[in-house]
Design a protein around this ligand. Structure first.
Ligand code: FAD
Length: 497
């Protein structure tokens, strides 16, 4: 409601924002959440809330007239197609040297991601969050995050027998024959539901190729976990299709927050102003960084420090495929939810997930998303002439990631007598090095903020999302984002309220 005075306003409804909302509400504080994307709680014309990965429609992309599939070629042919411009669920946000994929809607990235819920190995944690005590994270906050998110692991016996993980078993065989440790990757997908999908007794989602544009069944997104519990307190309200554009100190204390209401074509239909005693920036690494950099440069929050916008990384994401022999089919039916990985972090700086290619046909391809120890960090800055925030990442900075991924796949190819696929990212192009799913940093803990995410120049302003993490988590990031948010909000509730 325009003109209202709120105790707490949270910008964004992803992991960081949802943790903050739940814990503040449980502490007796009323919370209002503002989300630029849609609510994703209403079925479309086909009776489903989310559209299928193989049949992208208006629901698929955030304000684009053509899809921008991460894997954009098949057999050397481009697969993107025209779609109506709409406030769809997946944003492929283009910066100079990289396309950053992000979820848009109530639930943030949890709506579109693979649900892979991985806690970093403890020996790697010092590189992930150097200023945080590992004992408290591994003793309290990682377990808390895993429990609330509903993390589980595939039943190994079912894994060994089901057609839908043939591709992952081929991945395991190849990894083990080359001497690499193979690991099961935990996930928030409901594994019992998936077994029922395979048995034909539950509606299909993972087994119908649903993933990038949302899962209609089975996946425990934040809508089913943190946000459901937050709403059940009766203290949390959400405004979807509202984009925060300004936060500035208010005359009588607190902060004036300006939000633009959007229609589903992306047009601004109203501008609303509220005052909040406390504001949590939870717009994701890119969203929070863009807001803070803009607000500092344009004079709304001039006292933010010079670390704002710095320390951004891509979690070392790089993709590739391998062409298997005809005796290694990967299966026509592939679960869209990955469950297996190859851990070569210690020796080669690479953790590769065996990813599906749920095309419905036999491809004889193994496909991988590899997370690597890429050392490059980029910076967001305000371009006054263009009136927008830019990121100085360069495509060439993916080369260390490619080299690290090759420590796994060159060896497997040599052992198996196989080659890389060259038809998945262009015409004769091996590496998917133009994108990330895992933006991290831009308001790094202990640098842009204090050790709990406070923007100390402005009491009552906090960062509580992936922007806090300095560019890499060694594994998929959302469990770490959630656990860090749990740690920080507990401290903030105990000391600031
Ligand atoms: P987000 O979840 O990004 O939430 C931020 C929210 O803020 C969004 O809903 C956004 O719309 C909203 N917002 C932004 N700006 C504004 C504004 N100005 N006003 C109002 N609202 C705003 N991670 C894993 O750990 N495992 C996986 O398997 C995995 N797979 C992925 C697959 C894909 C395709 C993608 C895109 C990501 C994947 N990730 C995965 C990454 C993971 O989803 C993100 O790391 C995580 O969602 C980040 O959480 P967050 O709280 O920082 O922000």
């Amino acid at each position: 409601v325009s003109g209202a005075r709120l105790p707490v306003l949270v910008i964004g409804t992803g992991y960081g924002g949802s943790v903050a909302a739940l814990r503040l509400a449980q502490a007796g504080v009323d919370v209002h959440m503002v989300e630029m994307g849609m609510a994703w709680d209403t079925p479309g014309p086909d009776g489903k809330v989310f559209c299928n990965t193989l049949e992208p429609d208006h629901r698929s992309y955030w304000l684009r007239t053509r899809t921008k599939a991460p894997l954009n070629y098949f057999l050397g042919l481009p697969i993107d197609r025209d779609i109506p411009r709409h406030t769809g669920i997946l944003d492929a946000e283009e910066f100079g040297g990289i396309t950053v994929y992000q979820g848009r809607g109530v639930g943030g990235g949890s709506l579109v991601n693979g649900g892979m819920a991985v806690t970093p190995r403890r020996e790697n944690f010092g590189a992930v969050l150097p200023s945080v005590d590992p004992a408290e994270m591994y003793g309290v906050y990682y377990p808390r995050a895993n429990a609330e998110l509903g993390v589980g692991t595939v039943d190994p016996d079912w894994f060994d027998s089901t057609e839908c993980y043939r591709y992952a078993r081929v991945g395991r065989k190849h990894a083990q024959r080359s001497g690499f440790p193979f690991v099961f990757v935990p996930d928030v997908y409901d594994w019992d539901h998936m077994e029922r999908e395979a048995a034909g007794t539950a509606p299909k989602s993972a087994l119908a190729g649903e993933i990038l544009y949302g899962n209609n069944h089975g996946k425990k997104s934040l809508q089913q976990t943190y946000l459901a519990r937050a709403r059940a307190t009766g203290r949390v309200s959400v405004s979807p299709l509202h984009r925060v554009v300004s936060v500035a100190p208010a005359g009588g204390g607190g902060y004036t927050v300006v939000a633009e209401q959007l229609d589903t074509g992306g047009a601004v239909t109203a501008t609303k102003t509220v005052t909040a005693d406390r504001v949590f920036f939870a717009a994701g690494s890119v969203g929070t960084s863009k807001l803070l950099v803009t607000l500092k440069a344009t004079g709304a929050l001039p006292l933010l420090n010079d670390e704002v916008g710095r320390g951004w990384g891509d979690n070392g994401n790089v993709m590739c495929g391998r062409a298997n022999h005809l005796w290694d089919p990967t299966g026509r039916l592939q679960s869209a939810i990955p469950c297996a990985g190859i851990d070569n972090w210690a020796a080669g700086g690479a953790f590769a997930e065996v990813a599906p290619l749920p095309t419905g046909i036999e491809t004889y391809a193994s496909f991988y998303l590899t997370i690597t120890a890429n050392p490059h960090r980029a910076r967001f800055s305000w371009n006054a002439a263009a009136g927008r925030v830019e990121l100085d990442w360069r495509t060439a900075w993916k080369q260390p990631s490619i080299d690290m991924a090759r420590t796994i796949f060159d060896r497997i190819n040599a052992k198996e007598g196989t080659i890389y696929r060259t038809d998945l990212f262009g015409v004769y192009k091996i590496w998917g090095d133009h994108l990330t799913y895992h933006p991290l940093g831009g308001a790094v803990l202990g640098r842009a903020t204090d050790h709990y995410g406070r923007l100390t120049a402005y009491p009552g302003l906090y960062v509580i999302d992936g922007a806090l993490i300095p560019g890499n988590t060694t594994v998929n990031p959302f469990v770490t984002i959630t656990a860090l948010a749990e740690r920080n909000i507990e401290k903030i509730i105990a000391t600031d309220l």
